[in-house]
Design a protein around this ligand. Sequence first.
Ligand code: SAH
Length: 359
Amino acid sequence: MIKDHSSINLLNFDRVSLRDYCIALGEKPFRADQLMKWIHHEGVTDFDQMTNLSKHLRQYLKENTTIEVPQVAREQISKDGTHKWLFELSDGAFIETVFIPEPHRGTLCISSQVGCPLACVFCATGQMGFKRNLTTAEIIGQLWLVVRHLSEDSGRHDRKITNVVFMGMGEPLLNLDAVIPAIRIMVDDFAYSLSKYRVTVSTAGIVPGIDRLSQEIDVALAISLHAPNNEIRDRLMPINKKYPLEALMTSAKNYVQSSRLKTISFEYILIHNINDQPQHARQLVKLLSHIRCKANLIPLNPCAHLPPEFLPPIQENIDRFRDILIKAGIVTITRRRRGEDIAAACGQLRSIEIGEKIF
Ligand code: SAH
């Protein structure tokens, strides 16, 4: 059956909006719960298989709705087990999604936009420019597809998705209208049943977005800080000129106070000689001292279009930086590089394999 573009993609609906949709069709609200289970638990896209729905409803859905996910354009598997998928969207745009298996958890790193408008100098996605926001269906479609893919190889504990991080392409807090329903679906028992402690939204520091997020949904938050003062941050992340550190830290503190999670993560890319010196670590300690948080140190990953003076930190400087933070009582983790051989590491997502075709 050929459906026109105006047909409704059911992957866009969280449970409340799917209930409203069912009610508008004259159906009982619990039909939404059944539909959610078919779509997200069972991975069924053929309405004829949804045997507990009436024939009439199935026919209506067939004629008026779709369950449409992105197309897999390419899949790559790193030596360390990291998977990267290149997905093609219905308008021909491409996004990337990365699965990182670890002994006791599996993290899915998903995209929220095609490209990114923030142009952070160290980030490959930022250098691509911005094309558009993803829809809820395109965000949740990444999870839907990877769950299906991993279950084909089921029985292996390390291949289950336990965590989702919005650390792929794009700035999730500039796309909250689509991101918030997607998070609701992720934590819904009728869909993916993820713990809200294990879904992390990562932001380059969109202050009004942090405030809105704290009012609308309880979810883990990571802030990409990357600098201990405005001078360095202005240079690395143009968004700092709009929302400088003072405003960002105030908003972060409010988030911690209002969130039931009571903590926040700060991501800090270490760049040789630029922000990895002891004085930077001491400034960072001051900045973080009044907020309940943990720090994630990320050694800079090489990526295309980096300014030549942007080099990865040497191990000695990483250790020294980490020790200063730990001595000051800040829980600090140094992130291991994963998937570097397939350009799946932080900041490397830009669909290189299709080059300029992306726009
Ligand atoms: N826009 C959001 C979501 C993207 S997250 C944000 O900025 O948080 C991407 C993560 O990878 C961020 O922590 C980002 O700062 C980090 N990253 C980007 N480029 C990187 C690079 N070259 N090396 C290491 N980490 C990088």
